[in-house]
Design a protein around this ligand. Structure first.
Ligand code: MG
Ligand code: MG
Ligand code: MG
Length: 305
């Protein structure tokens, strides 16, 4: 019976590429593993898969009775509903310690780097397994995505080193240029419903018994959102109500200006204001230098709640 490897709900490029890269490594090491995904892929991930000739992992949302590896998450709120009925053999991740529990010892590769695929690269090195050219290119793109082409405060020397080495294997001369191409694809927000946009990179967190949902859209020019704020708020309100969430936040991140416009719908705006030490105007505020949800947003909310 195959072991399944998958990333978080509403998967991003790191989760999808990580399912592929970790499965490949595990298969080389003699474990029968299959990459899967918990949801639809985003346009950036579609671009990466297409560029390097990979298929989408199989869509699978039930894992009762299965053996699994998790990549790029360890939060219950980002897991399949029946995760407690699965056997977690291991976790490869770069987030804060989550709230999942296991019955048996497990393999843990958790490091404070910018991307799970940086850790997978280090695992390839550790086991002395060669990375195929196209897989290397894909892993490189995942790192460029998660680190926002090295601009995110989550980016470490290990991430830049991994990109350099993967680019060499993949035969890519200018990783940053490819990264930019990827972010231009990611910036195309005009062909989707506002609801799909809010949910494109959306994560729920349990903070002191409150469900807080935080979405993020990273674009090369924030002005694409100028005419759609009202509709984005409408979609956020819908998502807030149906999920019985205390707050729904949306980060509109401008990767060139290096900051984020924060949109807020909350049962208690003062909590959000105090978390970031700001005053909201029309439920919005510009947060200069804020690019990372994991490092510059979630910890402050956690503290407040
Ligand atoms: Mg992720
Ligand atoms: Mg990641
Ligand atoms: Mg991200």
């Amino acid at each position: 019976m195959s072991t399944y490897i998958f990333g978080h709900t509403t998967p991003d490029s790191d989760s999808i590429v990580g399912a592929h890269s970790l499965s490949y490594l595990k298969n080389q090491l003699g474990e029968d593993c299959t990459p899967t995904r918990q949801g639809e892929i985003n346009p950036e991930t579609a671009f990466i898969l297409e560029k390097f000739g990979f298929e989408k992992p199989i869509l699978k949302t039930n894992y009762a009775g299965e053996k699994v590896y998790l990549i790029d998450f360890m939060e219950r709120s980002q897991s399949p509903e029946d995760i407690d009925e699965a056997t977690i053999l291991g976790i490869v991740d770069h987030h804060k310690l989550g709230d999942l529990k296991t019955d048996a010892p497990l393999e843990m590769w958790v490091r404070p780097v910018g991307c799970s695929n940086t850790i997978v690269k280090q695992m390839f090195d550790y086991y002395n397994v060669e990375i195929p050219k196209d897989l290397a290119g894909m892993m490189m793109c995942a790192i460029l995505s998660d680190t926002v082409i090295f601009k995110s405060p989550t980016c470490t020397k290990e991430d830049t080193k991994a990109v350099k080495e993967l680019a060499e294997i993949a035969g890519i001369d200018d990783p940053k240029a490819l990264g930019m191409e990827m972010f231009i694809v990611k910036s195309d927000v005009l062909n989707e419903t506002k609801r799909a946009l809010v949910l494109r990179d959306f994560k729920d967190f349990n903070m002191g018994g409150n469900k807080i949902g935080v979405g993020q859209l990273e674009v090369v020019d924030l002005s694409v959102f100028d005419d759609m704020k009202e509709e984005l708020f409408k979609a956020m309100a819908e998502i807030k109500t149906e999920g019985e969430r205390h707050s729904v936040l949306l980060l509109l991140t401008d990767i060139m200006q290096e900051g984020s416009q924060l949109l807020v719908l909350s049962d208690d705006n003062s909590k959000i204001e105090s978390a970031f030490d700001v005053t909201l105007e029309n439920n919005q505020v510009w947060l200069p230098k804020v690019m990372s949800r994991k490092k510059q947003v979630i910890p402050f909310l956690e503290k407040e709640f």
